[in-house]
Design a protein around this ligand. Structure first.
Ligand code: S3P
Length: 440
């Protein structure tokens, strides 16, 4: 047994009742970052308190925004962010460390684009391995300079361009981080900036910019903004994170007799592809919209255990709507009858770790056959799957991998070890408590 492994004991019974999950990570980042860009003071609530979001808060503070966000009784962050507005960000006196957060680094590249300052962005070992050229390439077309110009990895130094050119860009991959960087730079460019993408990525930025006084056009595979525009402060409440809710839903599907409702969660269609996928696998799961925060729908997800889970094929066109949920969906697929095929998963090699490798290796430990072929991921399920004793998984420093293997232990009948489990702090620090609280 290794020293820093967390031992996960099986749950003592089924999950029942209702739960809330912490604020959506993507929306929380955007709320903090867009508030920092805006003129005036924004009021935010329900903001996710996690290492990733704290990287964004720290970054905008270094750049001169005044973030006064305090931890609330429910564990969320709420308070104000006074933006730099028309005056622009200040020249930071040190590099900005984005930690593990790809969203912080890639969105900042767009945010810094119009300002005459020189900022070095860096991050932890994992983030410094992740590709960045996808973001720097379109921004260079708009007039931004990067040092080194051809760099694909952090640290990268950005030199903003006060005379940004509007562009029409056909993105080579569906990435909301790339799209957002171009749109946020486009707010300050002269004319209309258009981003076309090969498949629809999450659209939180297009939906949120109008809340800050900047109209956008949001199509299925395109987004547009016309600049230069003035961003004004806003008041936002962040709904719960569907990517965190997916772990509770999967727990209910893997633990016999469970029946739960997740409340107050974002039901943005671009984010609940996992509900559609689980439905197709035969799960008893449904969402119900209860209201809108701005243009973002939120509500409940109800899910109950079923013995009838079966494998399915998830087409590449749907990949962007499940990309953060593939690890946990692969765990569910391992317990379903037949093979599940996740088409077009190559992007997962570039996440917080190589998620394709991590999924295949972890499932292999469990005795489950999974493989990658032609950019697709295959998982051969077994409804009678029982974990052998003494399993020791590796989180590979990746929060979603850590939670996936923890779930295997929580919902199985023998304890498992997860090495490096503490990285869940990146998106869902209270994950274990929230699952255990659902067991009566
Ligand atoms: C995110 C976009 C996705 C997602 C990440 C958050 C965002 O990344 O995986 O967890 O908030 O824009 P890509 O843009 O790389 O697809």
């Amino acid at each position: 047994m290794s020293n820093d492994a967390t031992i996960i004991e099986p749950l003592s019974g089924p999950l029942a009742g209702s739960a809330r999950v912490p604020g959506d990570k993507s929306i929380s980042h955007r709320a903090v970052l867009l508030s920092a860009m805006a003129e005036g003071t924004s009021h935010l609530s329900g903001v996710l308190d996690s290492d990733d979001v704290r990287s964004s808060i720290q970054a905008v503070s270094q750049l001169g925004a005044k973030a006064d966000l305090a931890v609330q009784a429910d564990g969320s962050l709420a308070g104000t962010v006074e933006g730099w507005g028309q005056a622009g960000p200040v020249q930071p006196d040190a590099p900005i460390d984005c930690g593990n957060s790809g969203t912080t680094a890639r969105l900042l590249m767009g945010i810094l684009a119009p300002w005459p300052i020189e900022v070095t962005l860096t991050g932890d070992d994992s983030l410094r391995r992740r590709p960045m050229r996808r973001n720097t390439a379109p921004l260079m077309k708009m007039g931004v300079r990067f040092k080194p110009a051809e760099a694909d990895h952090l640290p990268i130094t950005e030199l903003g361009c006060p005379e940004l050119r509007a562009i029409t860009y056909d993105a080579p991959m569906a990435s909301a981080q790339l799209k957002t960087a171009v749109l946020l730079a486009g707010v300050y460019a002269q004319g209309t900036t258009t981003l076309n993408e090969p498949a629809p990525s999450r659209n939180h930025t297009e939906l949120m910019l109008p809340e800050y006084g900047v109209p956008t056009t949001a199509g299925t595979r395109m987004a547009e903004v016309t600049g230069p525009a003035v961003m004004r402060s806003s008041d936002l409440a962040v709904p719960g994170d569907p990517s965190s809710a997916a772990f509770l839903c999967a727990a209910a599907l893997l633990k016999r007799g469970s029946d739960i409702t997740v409340e107050g969660v974002s039901l943005n269609p671009a984010r609940i592809g996992f509900v559609r996928t689980l439905e197709r696998m035969g799960a008893d799961i449904a969402e119900h919209i209860e209201g809108y925060e701005g243009k973002e729908p939120y509500g409940t997800i109800h899910v109950a255990f079923t013995e009838k889970l079966r494998g399915c094929e998830i087409p590449a066109q749907h990949f962007a709507s499940i990309l953060d949920e593939v690890p946990v969906l692969a765990l569910v697929a391992a317990h379903a009858r037949g093979v599940t095929v996740f088409r077009g998963v190559a992007e997962l090699h570039n996440k917080e770790c190589d998620r394709v490798r991590a999924i295949i290796d972890g499932l292999a430990l469990m005795g489950v056959d999974a493989w990658e072929e032609g950019g697709d991921l295959f998982v051969e399920g077994d409804p009678a799957l029982q974990l052998p004793r003494g399993l020791a998984f590796d989180a590979h420093g990746d929060h979603r991998i850590a939670m996936t293997w923890a779930l295997a232990g929580l919902c199985g009948s023998v304890p498992v070890e997860v090495e490096g489990f503490e990285c869940v702090a990146v998106s869902y620090p209270g994950f274990l408590d929230d699952v255990r609280k659902l067991v009566a």
